[in-house]
Design a binder for this molecule. Structure first.
Ligand code: PEP
Ligand code: MN
Length: 359
């Protein structure tokens, strides 16, 4: 779908990177919301977030204060002048949020995965002009993410942004949700006008990862950050381990190094020319490798041999990994490339077996 997206930057918000959205994971009480909002506004931040309806993995936890919290967000707007943002997951949430004058809506990761839910939200938004931020689905599926963007765009919303909040995985050693950066990078290539935010709170799941993840997002030219902050993080009713105080947030933001995306890259042209040449050589070598691999395929077919020869494949992986190490290349990286190349060789040889490539 061809989309004409508009900037999500609201009047009075500095479009300079990073655009910052912050506030508690959840609105818990009027006092907690107002204390966070006053502190955040004093740091000259213009967009406040708070979850009113919380998607929780299991029932029985704190599921958000519900509609009553919308009044508190209205008070944040009136008393601090900040814009307010909240998560919507159903048609009713949309109606309630719009009625309460919420300025920005976001769609959570557990909602983006479900086209029925996204469509329901899109239908409720028909004829409304409000910025909508769409978090990545919990699973690493770029097409599903783009599909959700298309559904919201289809309702007539042009001010759309995306939020990279990481992808669910069993491996939680470092991150709560894996930051698969190549996915938002590909999203940017596909939809260059889309504003992309990073949510280091939900990626990291820990306070100490917020600064390094925010810096990485800036280094990758993300437009903004959505970070959870709370005046007393240890007492937060949801996501307490990943929330930081507004003071710490201010400190983290001030330490960020923002690289200049408008600088010309002329000085790099010689190095880039060399890269172009090397890529061409790499592709020529790959093509040559595939030709030989097909020849091997023909031999295997003629001699009634199976395509897959596991000992040979293992030998290739082992031998190339140690070669890579001696060349100061990461063995994991090289293994990944070889796995892909091997898969393609197997595909080609399978085609030969079924006669597609042979006269
Ligand atoms: C949130 O922002 O508080 C939230 C629930 O996020 P996610 O949908 O990324 O889990
Ligand atoms: Mn949260």
């Amino acid at each position: 779908m061809k989309m004409e997206l508009k900037s999500i930057v609201l009047p009075g918000v500095d479009p300079k990177r990073p655009i910052v959205i912050t506030g508690p994971c959840s609105a818990e009480s009027e006092e907690q919301v107002m204390a966070a909002a006053r502190s955040i506004a004093s740091k000259d931040i213009k967009i406040f977030r708070a979850g009113i309806w919380k998607p929780r993995t299991k029932p029985g936890g704190f599921e958000g204060v519900g509609t009553i919290g919308l009044k508190w967000l209205k008070r944040v707007k009136d008393e601090t002048g900040m814009y307010v943002a909240t998560e919507v997951a159903t048609r009713d949430h949309v109606f309630e949020a719009l009625k309460a004058g919420i300025d920005i809506l976001w769609i959570g990761a557990r909602t983006t995965v479900n086209p029925f839910a996204v469509q329901e939200i899109a239908d409720a938004l028909k004829g409304v002009d409000i910025p909508v931020l769409i978090k990545n689905p919990v699973n690493p599926d770029l097409e599903l993410w783009i599909g959700a963007i298309e559904r919201i765009y289809g309702a007539g919303i042009q001010r759309i942004g995306a939020i990279h909040r990481g992808f669910s995985s069993y491996d939680k050693k470092i991150y709560r949700n894996l930051p698969l950066w190549h996915i938002p990078i590909e999203l940017r290539r596909r939809l260059p006008q889309l504003s992309i935010f990073c949510d280091p709170s939900h990626i990291g799941g820990k306070r100490e990862l917020i600064a390094p993840l925010s810096q990485q997002a800036m280094d990758l030219s993300f437009d903004g950050l959505i970070i959870e902050s709370h005046c007393n993080p240890d007492a937060a009713l949801s996501d307490s381990e990943q929330q930081i105080t507004p003071d710490v947030l201010d400190y983290v933001l001030n330490l960020l190094v923002i690289r200049d995306v408008t600088q010309t890259t002329e000085n790099l042209s010689e190095l880039r020319r060399q890269i172009d040449q090397i890529d061409e050589q790499l592709l020529e070598l790959l093509a040559k490798r595939m030709r030989i691999s097909r020849e091997i395929g023909v031999y295997k077919k003629e001699h009634n041999m199976p395509v897959l020869q596991s000992p040979r494949y293992n030998e290739i992986l082992e031998n190339r990994s140690s070669m890579a190490e001696s060349m100061e290349l990461s063995p994991d990286f090289v293994k990944e490339i070889l796995r892909e190349i091997h898969e393609e060789s197997v595909r080609q040889q399978m085609e030969i077996m079924t006669n597609k490539l042979v006269d």
